[in-house]
Design a protein around this ligand. Structure first.
Ligand code: NDP
Length: 462
């Protein structure tokens, strides 16, 4: 078979219309190896770029992204079905993350440690080639949380977007070159996880993997990385709790709860997909939640009015249905919002009331617009229920009692909590999970630690 016959393409589909948007060539193992080799070669010069120059190049990259926010957002609307409002935020987040880490090359300090007989210095050395494996739910931001600090620390990057959502990552790679980054310092390699992703795990020149995706593939990544003692950062699944106490601003808690779980059609590892409500206000909370859910505007992602778009694919919609309509045991649906009919992978915002905390819809990551609600009695009951999960990524606590807010914040086993809000990801602050939600932290001031090796040097003065 000739080489050209062996080429494999993936048809990118608009999830809102099911129409083909583009056809993207997928890298095979050989092409992946060639890209990794180029990345190694590019790294020789990149790590020697003076800190001020590397900072300037990253600032220019941020400016190039800023100029392309509308273009990138429009691409994401078509490729991932994200609402235009969300997609603009996502492109802006890439710009901000680049600008934030552009401050790093000139501040990558080591330490001078007092020792007898000489001087002791530490340096923070780049690791080499960093492989970033990105899922389809937030293709732009998640890519930048890996590539921006990795590049700032003097590494080169090979990035594999999800097969379903390669378009914005490919455009970001072009923008990097347009901004003046040397060729091959940042490469985007569309391809299958089982091909390109696996080569990242196997290839000894890839010294670090940043993986975001399902817990099962994340565990596989960790097992495979162990063979080479390859460094890993893992951002995996979640089943986060939104805990509402009787003393909370109930109206606000109910009005915002849909946006804490249905944003990006629930395809968010931080989705607050379990709502725990203190029993004394449980009925009242559900009364308030119903109109809030009905009010979520589900519609064409191109519309400025839409607050929620479709799911990413037919497969994902089937998966979501498997937790509700097609569940092994009947699941009690309390009420639903609306969704368009016709083409597109639509699914309405859905509130379910499980019979117990054993139901899959309460325990497993649905990754769709489905939220389950259960009552709790008191504070210790709330902590026990919130922590009765293999995950620990995010969560919210609603109360007017400051002491309780602090006690709950310390007791809930989760990497990112918010009190009286649903904020999870801010590029200034660390992001990552407890338990099976992941390993390591992205973003914030410490992310550079995950992309550098500490080298200790002793210089004798005698
Ligand atoms: P995956 O974990 O399979 O995919 C995430 C990324 O890993 C993709 O780029 C994928 O490539 C890649 N990948 C897949 N297999 C391998 C492998 N063997 N080696 C290296 N890389 C690999 O998630 P799915 O897309 O299958 O989604 C399934 C479920 O996972 C969702 O319903 C959700 O519950 C969860 N999920 C959680 C995410 C989060 O942010 N926490 C993000 C995405 C999914 P490719 O897609 O090209 O095969």
């Amino acid at each position: 078979m000739s080489a050209s016959l062996a080429r494999v393409f993936h048809d990118v589909v608009d999830p809102a219309t099911e129409e083909k948007v583009a056809s993207v060539e997928l890298h095979d193992a050989q092409a992946t190896d060639a890209a990794i080799d180029r990345s190694v070669r590019a790294g020789v010069a990149w790590r020697e770029v003076a800190p001020g120059d590397r900072a300037r190049l990253l600032r220019r990259f941020a400016e190039a992204v800023d100029s392309a926010v509308e273009e990138l957002a429009a691409l994401e609307v078509r490729n991932a079905g994200h609402t235009i409002g969300n997609a603009r935020w996502e492109a802006g987040n890439v710009r901000d993350v680049l600008a934030y880490y552009a401050g790093a090359p000139e501040r990558l300090f080591g330490r001078q440690i007092p020792v007898p007989g000489g001087v002791n210095l530490t340096f923070r050395e780049p690791m080499g080639v960093v492989g970033v494996i990105v899922p389809w739910n937030f293709p732009m931001p998640i890519a930048s949380w890996g590539f921006a600090p990795a590049l700032a620390a003097g590494n080169t990057v090979v990035l594999k977007p999800a097969e379903l959502t390669p378009l914005t990552a490919l455009r970001l790679a072009d923008l990097a070159v347009e901004a003046g980054l040397p060729p091959d310092v940042f490469q985007v390699l569309p391809g299958r996880g089982s091909v390109v992703g696996e080569r990242f795990l196997d290839h000894p020149a890839v010294r670090k993997i940043v993986f975001t995706g399902s817990t099962s593939v994340g565990a596989h990544v960790m097992r495979r990385a162990a063979d080479q003692v390859k460094r890993v950062t893992l951002e995996l699944g979640g089943k986060s709790a939104n805990i509402v106490f009787a003393d909370a601003d109930l109206e606000r808690a109910a009005a915002t709860a849909p946006y804490g779980v249905f944003d990006n059609a629930g395809q968010d590892c931080c989705a607050r997909s379990r709502i725990l409500v203190q029993r004394s206000v449980y009925d009242r909370f559900l009364e308030l939640l119903e109109p809030a859910v009905a009010g979520v505007r589900v519609g064409p992602p191109t519309s400025e009015e839409s607050e929620m778009g479709p799911l990413i694919s037919g497969t994902q919609r089937e998966r979501v249905r498997g937790f509700v309509e097609d569940a092994a045991e009947p699941v009690h649906v309390a009420f639903r919002g609306t969704a368009p009919s016709g083409p597109g992978f639509w699914y309405p915002p859905t509130v379910v009331l499980p019979a117990s905390a054993d139901e899959p819809v309460w325990r497993e990551e649905v990754f769709g617009p489905v939220v389950a609600v259960l009552p709790f009695e008191n504070e210790s009951d709330a902590v026990t229920m919130a922590n009765d999960s293999e995950y620990g990524l995010s969560g919210s606590i609603w109360t007017r009692d400051v002491g309780r807010a602090l006690r709950m914040s310390r007791a809930v086993e989760s990497g990112n909590l918010s009190v009286n809000s649903h904020s999870s990801v801010r590029y200034w602050t660390p992001f990552g999970g407890f338990k099976r939600s992941g390993l390591g932290r992205e973003l914030g001031p410490d992310a550079l630690d995950a992309f550098t090796e500490v080298k200790n040097v002793f210089i004798a003065s005698d």
